[in-house]
Design a protein around this ligand. Sequence first.
Ligand SMILES: [Zn+2]
Length: 141
Amino acid sequence: MSFLQRIGNSLARFMYGRNGADQLGLGMIWLLVILNIVSIFVRGGILASVLNVAALLLAVCIIFRIFSRNLPKRRAENAAFVNKVWNPIRNRIANTRNQARDKDHKYFTCPQCRAVCRVPKGKGNIVITCPRCGNQIHGKS
Ligand SMILES: [Zn+2]
């Protein structure tokens, strides 16, 4: 067994039964990166100290979650994060990408209920009746 293999095996043994990286951890790392970028532009004063302390606490939290052995609690935290933050953002990105790719339809968002209405392109000025709330949207397709 090579030296690198032995390091890999001992790391795998060490991480066995621990939480490791999950979506919440990734989200926290992104937040940490954003905090650090913001703190570059804020120099001195109480705000800079608060940012630094927040970044430090966040880093400690990330490390704690990665090495935590309390899997049920970490998984519950991650599931709540995935449902409330991760999936809505991911769906929004996917929808925007799909709508940009769709050259045959135009998408209107109902100002009353935020429902997305899809209409065929190239029909001129149209009035769309929202299928969810019945609100009328005037637009050009
Ligand atoms: Zn509507």
